[in-house]
Write a protein that binds this ligand. Sequence first.
Ligand code: UTP
Length: 308
Amino acid sequence: MTRTPPSTRAVTKAVIPAAGLGTRFLPATKATPKEMLPIVDKPAIQYVVEEAAAAGLGDMLVITGRNKRPLEDHFDRNLELEQALLNKGDHERLAKAQESNGLATLHYVRQGDPRGLGHAVLCAAPHVGEEPFAVLLGDDLIDPRDPLLTRMVDVQQREGGSVVALMEVEPSQIHLYGCAAVHNTAHPDVVHVTDLVEKPDPADAPSNYAIIGRYVLDPAVFEALRETAPGRGGEIQLTDALQQLATSEEIGGPVHGVIFKGRRYDTGDRGDYLRAIVQLACEREDLGPQFRAWLGRYATETGLSALA
Ligand code: UTP
């Protein structure tokens, strides 16, 4: 690989991979993208688009697959529905129908064959060009009250290179994630990433720091991805390309990690999906009081509260 200095440009674009098969969620995901499954009353991907918009990234490219239509339609206007609500004078629901329309300028590209997250990110190369850019996994939900992406963009602009989001997990869980070897920096929430390994056996894991679904990447990652052979599961792994950047500062500058301690849900996992819905529903001002009261009764009646 040629020596590629890191880009020093501002971060303005977000890439949202949403072309995975979602097999852990069958049969719901047979004809519907998992990113469209509702978390209370909003599809998971809308939370993600709102998060990128809140971090000032108004240009978003969604990587879609075979079920592209519902995603595109959700972020477009539905004139028939709007007119029906207008005729009824139902302005509250009209606002809900419209809230996803003007969040950002959304572009779409099809991945075709879902050959892994790395391959999905590579599909963004022509749109991104030579700028650093953010990647937000379309099924990974970060609680809006625990901002992460803004901090990652700040670190990328200060340090250059690429930034990954890291979360400490139980050692027994690390085999489910990409894992980072790290050195501390002067900032307690920022580490220097010296190596990365995809889904290690717990005995071989260099740390308990797992990579979660937010990245701010130097465009040199595209060059690394083009040279990345299929890894685990025959898929082109983003972690493998980032490993090349982390172990050679000659390509695209250093890799840093921002340590996240907030609330995060992998909505592509059924258990996490249920936890996201219960927690967010409990905390909602409109639904919360009634739902919490019911949940309390349910926990008592079924003996669940005694187990806590
Ligand atoms: P996952 O590994 O969670 O997606 O990818 P998956 O393959 O759909 O999951 P299961 O195991 O079959 O249930 C994380 C993110 O990357 C996207 C997914 O849509 C998800 O947002 N992705 C994954 C792609 O866009 N393309 C791919 O080839 C793979």
